[in-house]
Design a binder for this molecule. Structure first.
Ligand SMILES: NC(=O)c1ccc[n+]([C@@H]2O[C@H](COP(=O)([O-])OP(=O)(O)OC[C@H]3O[C@@H](n4cnc5c(N)ncnc54)[C@H](OP(=O)(O)O)[C@@H]3O)[C@@H](O)[C@H]2O)c1
Length: 329
């Protein structure tokens, strides 16, 4: 447990989500710049369970949390369909917002929320925590140093084996499974291939017991013509990685998106017929992401890049969905 900085950002949590309990809130214990001051739930006993573990005051409903003076910023781990609505309410209440990915279920919602955050001078940041694991910066450095020559292809997969829906399952959560999973390879493609990606093609698998859009894939192209091949789904065995294929070799990183804190990532490189493994440093991406959010507010940094990233991602998702709609089975 880390002592908190005197100027720590006071964070309220909207909803006692699984991701908040398993990863985000435990990781804040190591982040001196963030202190949990309130947790709201639709069930007060659930909020109390959280505050006993992570600190703060339990609050009976989300709106009441937004009215509190001891909350500077909110963390929103609600289902994606509710992100835009509660972000707008939080911004209206004068709170900075750190929202789970995917921020929005439509480009229009993303643009509206980003515009409001800009108007109010508040930070709106999407919680793509994997971006803040040092392994990806190291891969980018190695590639820039010529490890595999000129990059010709980026390929990435993210698959989570979900149990098929049974009667009484939560339809809202299940409906959002594919965009939630696709978000990772799409965001990684932006990281490695840069802005201006074009969607050349996409497909989505028809509804199944796993949900209305249980799997899909997309083919992207960067402005300089480098391809991105992405696959994602919830009826697959677990897979979470990416590969870069260059003019002189290729590299592959597994467990790239859901990397445990203590895990030592291993980069597999193949060059001139030789296989090599490069151990990268373990890192705490959830803790780091909270620090990025808090520092941006506390140091009054430029918030614009965070808004641009949200809109850029939502636009790419929108283009993939429109391309996939051309090929429905
Ligand atoms: N960054 C990451 O690594 C990561 C990983 C997994 C998931 N996520 C994202 O985090 C978000 C939450 O995912 P999760 O799997 O943790 O969700 P979850 O366990 O289903 O939690 C969502 C919470 O939202 C609240 N809620 C309010 N209205 C709801 C409704 N109508 N239906 C269901 N829940 C409702 C509930 O809190 P109360 O009952 O307490 O009010 C619930 O606990 C998603 O956007 C997901 O993509 C991010």
């Amino acid at each position: 447990m880390t002592g908190k900085d005197a100027r720590a950002l006071r964070l309220g949590v909207l909803g006692c989500a699984d991701i908040a309990r398993r990863r985000t809130l435990p990781s804040l214990e190591r982040q001196p710049l963030v202190r949990v001051t309130a947790v709201a739930s639709r069930r007060i006993e659930r909020a109390r369970e959280f505050t006993e573990q992570f600190g703060g005051t339990p609050v009976r409903d989300y709106e009441a949390l937004l009215l509190r003076d001891d909350v500077d910023a909110v963390y929103i781990p609600l289902p994606p369909e509710l992100h835009a609505e509660w972000t707008l309410r939080a911004l209206e209440a004068g709170k900075h917002v750190w929202c789970e990915k995917p921020f929005a279920t439509s480009l229009a919602d993303a643009e509206k929320a980003v515009a409001l955050a800009r108007e109010r001078g508040l930070l709106l940041m999407e919680n793509f925590m994997f971006l803040h694991h040092s392994q990806h910066a190291r891969v980018r450095e190695l590639v820039a140093d010529g490890l595999i020559g000129d990059v010709q292809l980026f390929a990435s997969e993210f698959g989570i084996p979900l149990q098929p829906a049974r009667d009484g399952s939560d339809g809202l959560r299940r409906a959002s499974t594919l965009p939630e999973v696709a978000a990772y390879p799409l965001r990684a493609a932006q990281l490695f291939l840069g802005p201006g990606l074009r969607v050349v093609g996409a497909q989505v698998r028809p509804p199944s017991a796993h949900g209305p859009r249980p799997a899909g894939s997309a083919l992207l192209q960067s402005p300089s013509g480098v391809a991105g091949q992405l696959s994602y789904g919830v009826e697959h065995a677990y897979r979470s990685g990416y590969e870069l294929w260059g003019s002189r070799g290729r590299l592959r990183l597994e467990r790239a998106f859901s990397t445990p804190d203590e895990y030592t990532p291993v980069l597999k490189v193949e060059r001139e017929g030789r296989l090599e493994e490069i151990a990268l440093s373990p890192d705490r991406h959830f803790t780091n992401t909270a620090g990025v959010f808090a520092r941006a507010v506390l140091d009054a940094q430029d918030f614009a890049p965070h808004g641009d990233a949200i809109v850029g991602h939502a636009r790419l998702v929108d283009e993939v969905e429109r391309a996939a709609a051309l090929h429905t089975v």
